[in-house]
Design a protein around this ligand. Structure first.
Ligand code: TTP
Ligand code: MG
Ligand code: MG
Length: 383
C-alpha cells in the first residue's frame, strides 16, 4: 500500500487587515475593515495620534475586502457591501486598500516557507499548498516550524491544515482559525469533516450548494450518505461521482509547483494616470523600482532571462507591449532597466498612462547564466 501523503494548506489570518495592524498597532483588538479608498487614509494629528475613518462615515458602492475577527463578530465579512457593513458596525475603523503592501507581505511569507519546504503551489495572495510527504520532520513539529517562520518573517499569524490531500488540507486550515494548526487523517473524516456544511468543500459553489440543500443535503456527511442515483439525476454522472468522492475525503490532485516559470513580471497601476513628459521623474522612478523588484524576484527564484519586455496601459485602457532580446541572459536590475527603457522608446507616449509592467522571459537558471557570462569573459574552462 502507498503510504498516505502529507499535504499542507497554509492560509494567512485576516490577511489584508493583519498587514494594516502592523502599521497601526493602536487598532489591535478593535473591529477594523479594509476596503476604503484614499479618502479614508488615516490622518496624523498634531499630538502624534492618528485620526481614522469610521464605517459610519462611508458612502458609496464599495465592498469590504476583509475585516478583523473583531469586526466579523459584528457580522462584517469579505464581499459585503460597505454600506451594509456600516449599518452593522458603525464604529468600526475603515482603512484604504493597499495592494502593494499586501503583495510585499505575500512574497515575504512565501519566501519564509520556501526556506523550509522549497516546492510551493501558489494559490493566490494569502495561501499556498505544500507537499510534506518526503520531509523528514514529524508533522506537528514541522507545522509549528512553518508557522514560526511565517511569524518571524512577517509578524503575522497563519493557519495550517495538514491532511492526506489538498481537499482535506484546505478544509482543515480553516477549522481552527486564527493561528491554527490542524492535522486531519482519513480516519478523522466522519468525526471532523462530516458535520461541516457541504459548502466548505472547495468546488461546491453557491449554486451547487443551493441545489444540494433543495435535495435536503446540507452537511458533508449527508452528502456522503446521499443516494448516488439522486445525485446523478441532478448533477450528471461525473459531478455526482466527484461529490461522492470528496464527501468521503478523497482527492488525488497533486501539488503543482511552478519550478519552471515561463517568465517573471512586475506591474503597477498608478494612483493617478501619468504623462510621459509632465510626470517624467515620477514615471522614471516607478520604472526603475519595477526593474529593481523584478531583478530581486529573479534572484530569489534563481533565474535570468534573455528577453526583456514592457507592458503599457493607456488611460483609455488600450494595452501595448514591446520586447527586446539580449545577447545573454540577465537578472541584473540596471541591465533590465536599460533594455526596458529601449522598449519604452518604441511606443507612442502622447496619452496618459495608467499601468506600467516589466517582464523578463526566455529564462534559464541563474547559475547557468553566470557560467555563460564567465565563459564570455574567458573564465570558464571546458569540462
Ligand atoms: P481569505 O484568506 O479568504 O480571508 P482572510 O485572510 O482575510 O481571512 P481568513 O483568516 O478567514 O483567511 O482572503 C485573503 C485576502 O484576500 C483577504 O485578506 C482580502 C482578500 N479578499 C478579497 O479582496 N475579497 C474577498 O471576497 C475575499 C474572500 C478575500
Ligand atoms: Mg486568509
Ligand atoms: Mg485565503
Amino acid at each position: 500500500m502507498v503510504p498516505p501523503r502529507r499535504i499542507a494548506h497554509l492560509d494567512m489570518d485576516a490577511f489584508f487587515a493583519s498587514v494594516e495592524l502592523l502599521r497601526y498597532p493602536e487598532l489591535r483588538g478593535l473591529p477594523v475593515v479594509v476596503g476604503g479608498g484614499s479618502r479614508h487614509q488615516p490622518v496624523l494629528q498634531p499630538d502624534g495620534t492618528r485620526r481614522f475613518s469610521k464605517l459610519r462615515d462611508y458612502a458609496g458602492r464599495g465592498v469590504v475586502t476583509t475585516s478583523t475577527y473583531e469586526a466579523r463578530a459584528l457580522g462584517v465579512f469579505s464581499a459585503m457591501g460597505t454600506m451594509k457593513a456600516a449599518a452593522l458596525a458603525p464604529e468600526a475603523i475603515l482603512l484604504p486598500t493597499d495592494f502593494e503592501s499586501y503583495k510585499r507581505y505575500s512574497r515575504l511569507f512565501k519566501a519564509a516557507v520556501a526556506e523550509i519546504v522549497p516546492d510551493i503551489e501558489d494559490r493566490g495572495i494569502d495561501e499556498i499548498y505544500l507537499d510534506l510527504t518526503d520531509h523528514p520532520e514529524e508533522t506537528r513539529a514541522l507545522g509549528m516550524r512553518l508557522k514560526e517562520a511565517v511569524k518571524a518573517a512577517t509578524g503575522l499569524t497563519c493557519s495550517i491544515g495538514i491532511a492526506p490531500n489538498k481537499l482535506l488540507a484546505k478544509i482543515s486550515s480553516d477549522l481552527d482559525k486564527p493561528d491554527g494548526l490542524t492535522i486531519v487523517s482519513l480516519e478523522d473524516v466522519p468525526a471532523r469533516i462530516w458535520p461541516l456544511s457541504a459548502k466548505k468543500i472547495n468546488g461546491i459553489g453557491p449554486k451547487a450548494y443551493a441545489k444540494l440543500t433543495s435535495l435536503g443535503i446540507e452537511t458533508v456527511g449527508q452528502l456522503a450518505q446521499a443516494d448516488p442515483k439522486l445525485l446523478q439525476e441532478h448533477f450528471g454522472l461525473n459531478s455526482a461521482e466527484w461529490l461522492h468522492r470528496v464527501a468521503h475525503g478523497h482527492d488525488e490532485r497533486e501539488v503543482v509547483t511552478r519550478s519552471d516559470p515561463k517568465g517573471v513580471s512586475r506591474e503597477t497601476t498608478f494612483e493617478r494616470d501619468l504623462h510621459a513628459k509632465h510626470d517624467r521623474d515620477t514615471l522614471s522612478e516607478i520604472f526603475t523600482r519595477l526593474c529593481t523588484r523584478l531583478s530581486e524576484d529573479l534572484h530569489r527564484k534563481r533565474y535570468a532571462g534573455r528577453t526583456v519586455g514592457i507592458k503599457l496601459r493607456y488611460a483609455d485602457f488600450r494595452t501595448v507591449t514591446r520586447d527586446v532580446t539580449l545577447p545573454s541572459p540577465t537578472a541584473d536590475a540596471a541591465m533590465i532597466r536599460r533594455a526596458a527603457g529601449e522598449c519604452l522608446r518604441r511606443v507612442p507616449l502622447e496619452q496618459r498612462l495608467r499601468l506600467l509592467g516589466v517582464r523578463v522571459s526566455a529564462l534559464v537558471p541563474l547559475d547557468e547564466a553566470e557560467r555563460y557570462r564567465a565563459g564570455e569573459q574567458g573564465e570558464l574552462f571546458p569540462g
